[in-house]
Design a protein around this ligand. Structure first.
Ligand SMILES: NC(=O)c1ccc[n+]([C@@H]2O[C@H](COP(=O)([O-])OP(=O)(O)OC[C@H]3O[C@@H](n4cnc5c(N)ncnc54)[C@H](OP(=O)(O)O)[C@@H]3O)[C@@H](O)[C@H]2O)c1
Length: 369
């Protein structure tokens, strides 16, 4: 199988290295902005050199971003090529354009590395939904946030100190917004829900709250109540539809999520037969991520298409109520005062997130116990 590789950064170079020397697949062209010399592949600067090349069977997109990644992936699909991507933002934003095209062309479209990096999460969802109804997906899907929260909890660091440490180690970008504001997790839970439930969730109906405003005082208050704060995503089947959201969440010490260290992920589905199944591992990094891209390439060779049928559009309805820890001007009903913040009476997820929109300096964390 001849592969056209788009992008030669962290993931792209890893894919090139892992496939080098394999007999069943080889990268023959690499789309790259810089001038590079590779022993076994031709570096090209124009996407046409890949999508118009009949010898290229599969395109791997590892550039990131929405544009021109979307136009390049669409052109590859239109040319009847199979596509593997690690780009969650792309698949999430263009689900309704890409999936019908994949079906029309009868090609493979795989994106396992897009959620959980090295964890075979989406491919396991694909297997799971063959034999049971998946009722819930979610968990800790962003290693950068987990690293920051873990170091605030175990080392007593401030948010700023923990973020600086994550940046020094290469776990966080210079502009950390996509991670700390929950956007990366939001893409991942929407994509996971789409595959688990066979729908296309409207992203506008999935609220997200990040960890940017958490303080050392908040973490001390949580510890005093034997609670640990984690950024948790949730996608659920409800009686009459779906709910989905991303928010900091307080879990009891001793719960599996509370124990997730450093930059690891812990992602879980609930099924009506299997009950709880959790997956722990490296959610990012060159070789873990490239490993899953190459797993997808093997799946392309074996004729796998997409993970789930393309379902219709669905809106998430987050009327579910829960108690929250809130700091920053809460004037609703409260049941406890924790000094640094208050614990609210049960309030709906949608109502809490719309309160947060009006209080951009505030911080919320759902009380999961
Ligand atoms: N890194 C991870 O651990 C990880 C884990 C899971 C998923 N992902 C996903 O994988 C994707 C790639 O991430 P990455 O970390 O490998 O990013 P990266 O290191 O920034 O690599 C992207 C590469 O694509 C190149 N590129 C960008 N636009 C291009 C264009 N128009 N034509 C040709 N090349 C272009 C970039 O070149 P320049 O540097 O010259 O701009 C860069 O070499 C992203 O969607 C990311 O979300 C990454």
């Amino acid at each position: 199988m001849n592969i056209g590789l788009l992008g030669f950064g962290v993931v792209g170079r890893g894919v090139y290295e892992i496939t080098e020397g394999r007999t069943d697949m080889q990268v023959t062209k690499v789309l790259c902005l810089e001038d590079i010399q590779l022993p076994d592949a031709e570096a090209v600067k124009d996407i046409k050199a890949i999508v118009e090349d009949p010898s290229i069977h599969t395109v791997v997109e590892a550039m990131g971003g929405l544009h021109p990644a979307f136009e390049f992936v669409r052109a590859a699909l239109q040319a009847g090529k199979h596509v593997v991507t690690s780009n969650k933002a792309l698949v999430c934003a263009f689900y309704d354009e890409l999936l019908p095209l994949v079906r029309e062309k009868g090609v493979s479209f795989r994106c396992t590395a897009a959620v959980g990096g090295g964890i075979g999460w989406l491919s396991e969802l694909e297997r799971s939904r063959r034999v049971q109804t998946i009722t819930q997906v979610g968990g800790i899907m962003n290693g950068t946030c987990n690293y920051i929260l873990d170091n605030m909890t175990t080392q007593g660091l401030s948010y700023e100190e923990a973020l600086r440490q994550a940046q020094a180690l290469g776990y966080a970008e210079a502009n950390p917004s996509t991670d700390v504001d929950g956007i990366d997790t939001w893409h991942k839970v929407i994509l996971s829900s789409n595959i688990a439930f066979g729908v296309s969730l409207d992203p506008k109906t999935v609220p997200v709250a990040g960890i940017r405003n958490i303080t050392a005082q908040d973490v001390e208050a949580f510890k005093a109540h034997r609670l640990v704060c984690k950024l948790i995503s949730t996608g659920k089947r409800t009686e009459d539809g779906y709910s989905a959201y991303v928010q900091p969440t307080l879990v009891k010490q001793g719960q599996p999520e509370a124990a997730v260290p450093m930059n690891y992920n812990l992602i879980t589905f609930l099924g009506d037969t299997s009950e709880r199944m959790s997956f722990f591992g490296q959610g990012a990094g060159r070789y873990p991520t490239a490993y899953n891209v190459v797993q997808d390439l093997v799946d392309v060779l074996s004729g796998k298409g997409f993970y789930a049928p393309y379902g219709g559009k669905a809106a998430a309805d987050n009327g579910e109520t829960m108690r929250y820890y809130v700091r920053g001007g809460w004037d609703g009903e409260e049941s406890e005062n924790w000094g640094s913040g208050v614990i609210t009476e049960p309030v709906s997820v949608d109502a809490m997130h719309s309160w947060l929109k009006d209080h951009p300096d505030g911080f919320i964390a759902a009380v999961a116990c």
